[in-house]
Design a protein around this ligand. Structure first.
Ligand SMILES: Cc1cc2nc3c(=O)[nH]c(=O)nc-3n(C[C@H](O)[C@H](O)[C@H](O)COP(=O)(O)OP(=O)(O)OC[C@H]3O[C@@H](n4cnc5c(N)ncnc54)[C@H](O)[C@@H]3O)c2cc1C
Length: 573
């Protein structure tokens, strides 16, 4: 009997279990016992998709894109049947599915997707538990030791568990606080100021007295989590948005006594997120043709396989620019200019290097923030001419799944990988853009004079006894609360969780790793320092180099990497 430990049972752990039993049934193999280690109550959902979180936490993925979250087929394993489970779309009611055809794109609250994941997890775990094929351990694992060829897992209480193989699907891990965050933390301990070092779980912000009583609140970061934090500080404090235009979600904010007078977001460049197109029809015009997608894939694959060599991500930028301009040229509603395609490609390549680069077809980022927001929203609703940057951002979003599939685990130098990740991160302002509705809420809060953009671009911050002072130009504001909404980058060497620190330090297990993550084989097993040793620990997701490029997303959790791991595991049986 082979014992497998799955540590972490969020979406990836869930899909790994599904793929494992599918593979076992195909290969007619059995004699296995799976031990699941998960500290959260909700299997399959984890913290990110927890079903009890506030509805102010939205996904940035449309229900339309969730069509790609496929269901599970019926699995017949020995004398038991694991029932099929529908795809996300098919799990919606008939009315909800019908509405999708007519309404603007929908972005469900994260907890709605969590409900789907939790039910999907229950539908497989319960039956496997009943047949003693799965055992659940509601605990937090802190160490994996290797004793002869057996693993010994240690949890927070010091209890130990034995297993023959380990799969780590533990998702995003906390890292050391950066210098500025550490000083916020230290300052807040010494006075009446309040600092939240992270946005989630968001109930901490919602329940806090400080966020109800403070006059001014600053939010570090200008991305998606900032928008959730803003909703927590407004909707969850008794305010409400009244939609004045059902087609574009233009809204008005009605405040309440517990809402702060001013909320000030800030970031290093002050550039806002760019909303996704309002609906399928508008979005459709940014989809590259089949031929363009095919060419993109073939070229990226050549670089990923080492057939073509590159020192940096320029090859990718050139491909994006070329396809972006071709798509731009065929748009009916765009900023017209007399430049040739060749010049527009050059313009984009310069813009990739510096998003403040100016050209008549690019939206000038020197405009003030509210003007940028309203322009982006109008473009997303196809109400004004589309700019070249908006177009290429959407094109990149559509090519991203192909890039991720072709480039993950690419046989390339770390420096090239890092450059591709950096570029992906740079473009996430567009490719991971929020719904229009979120941006309309920000505009409504600006009009209600609550959201204040004067400090958005790298303000000077000084700590005082009861507040932090924010300054930019002539403007000054004292904030009693600061919320960090920037999710730390997945820097492996700065992870603070004992399980990972122990794994990296342990002489017996020492995996090969770099700043980009733990090196893994294509079946997700880790590559060890000692080339002559193979050890059956596998890592999937955020911590594995190349398993996730740039930003992680729910669809990646149900992708081919998980299947590759399951095949590898079953082959070793
Ligand atoms: C704040 C936030 C918001 C996000 N929003 C979106 C979004 O809107 N859309 C989107 O597509 N993606 C989003 N993501 C990306 C998200 O990471 C993936 O969608 C997905 O949740 C990754 O799944 P996972 O199973 O790899 O990791 P996770 O979902 O993080 O699950 C890991 C699980 O492992 C458990 N665990 C960790 N360590 C241990 C341990 N030592 N012992 C036992 N159990 C452990 C955790 O409790 C958790 O349940 C978001 C991520 C974060 C952090």
């Amino acid at each position: 009997m082979k014992k497998l430990a799955i540590i972490g049972f969020g979406p990836r752990g869930l899909h790994a279990l599904e793929m494992l039993f599918l593979e076992l049934s195909k290969k007619n193999k059995s004699d296995i016992e799976v031990h699941i280690f998960e500290n959260e109550d909700e299997l399959g959902a984890g913290q990110v998709w927890n079903t009890k979180q506030s509805t102010v936490n939205w996904t940035n993925i449309t229900v339309r894109a969730l069509r790609n979250l496929e269901g599970r087929p019926e699995i017949n394993f020995e004398n038991l049947t694991i029932p099929a489970f529908p795809s996300y779309i098919n799990s919606l009611s008939a009315e909800e599915q019908e509405a999708l055809k007519h309404l603007p794109d929908q972005f469900p609250p994260r907890r709605d997707i969590g409900k789907y994941l939790k039910e999907r997890a229950q539908s497989i775990v319960e039956i496997l538990q009943k047949h003693k094929l799965v055992k659940l351990h509601k605990t937090f694992v802190t160490q994996i030791k290797c004793v002869d060829t057996i693993f010994e897992l240690v949890d927070l209480t010091g209890a130990t568990y034995k297993s023959d193989e380990v799969l780590l699907t533990i998702g995003h891990q906390p890292t050391k606080l950066s210098e500025d965050l550490t000083s916020f933390e230290v300052d807040s301990l010494e006075s009446n100021k309040t600092f939240f070092s992270e946005t989630y779980p968001i109930y901490k912000i919602i329940k806090s007295d400080a966020t109800s009583k403070s006059k001014n609140i600053a939010i570090r970061g200008f991305g998606l989590a900032m928008i959730d934090a803003v909703r927590a500080l407004t909707i969850e404090k008794g305010g409400r948005f009244e939609i004045s235009n059902k087609n574009t979600f233009a809204s008005k904010f009605i405040t309440s006594k517990n809402v702060a007078e001013k909320i000030i977001p800030y970031s290093l460049d002050g550039l806002p997120m760019v909303p996704k197109p309002l609906n399928e029809e508008i979005d459709h015009q940014f989809i590259p043709s089949k031929k363009q997608k095919e060419r993109f894939k073939n070229v990226v694959l050549k670089y990923a396989n080492g057939k073509l060599k590159a020192e940096n991500a320029n090859f990718l930028k050139e491909l994006f620019a070329e396809i972006g301009v071709a798509v731009y040229n065929r748009l009916e509603n765009k900023i017209e200019c007399s430049d040739s395609s060749e010049n527009l490609i050059k313009t984009l390549l310069m813009w990739f290097e510096n998003q403040k680069h100016k050209h008549e077809c690019l939206l000038n980022t020197e405009r003030n923030t509210i003007s940028l927001l309203t322009n982006y929203v109008s473009m997303a609703a196809n109400e004004i001419e589309i700019s070249l940057d908006f177009c290429v951002g959407q094109v990149i979003r559509h090519l991203q799944p192909t890039l991720y599939a072709a480039f993950s685990h690419a046989a390339v130098e770390d420096s090239l990988f890092a450059d591709v990740i950096q570029f992906d991160e740079l473009m996430k302002r567009y490719s991971y853009g929020p719904p229009i509705k979120s941006m309309q809420q920000l505009i409504a809060l600006y009009e209600a004079q609550i959201l204040d953009f004067r400090f958005v671009d790298d303000p000077k911050i000084t700590a005082h006894k009861d507040y932090w002072r924010f300054e930019k130009g002539d403007a000054r504001l004292n904030c009693e609360v600061v919320i960090n909404s920037v999710l730390s980058a997945p820097k492996l060497l700065e992870v603070t969780t004992p399980l990972i620190m122990n794994l990296l330090n342990d002489d017996l297990l020492q995996p090969v790793h770099s700043k980009l993550g733990i090196e893994t084989n294509s079946d997700a097993t880790i590559v060890l320092d000692d080339e002559n040793r193979e050890i059956p620990i596998a890592v999937l997701g955020r911590l594995a180099k190349g398993s996730v490029i740039g930003v992680d997303a729910i669809l990646e959790c149900f992708g081919p990497r998980i299947k590759d791991w399951a095949k590898g595991f079953v082959d070793r049986l």
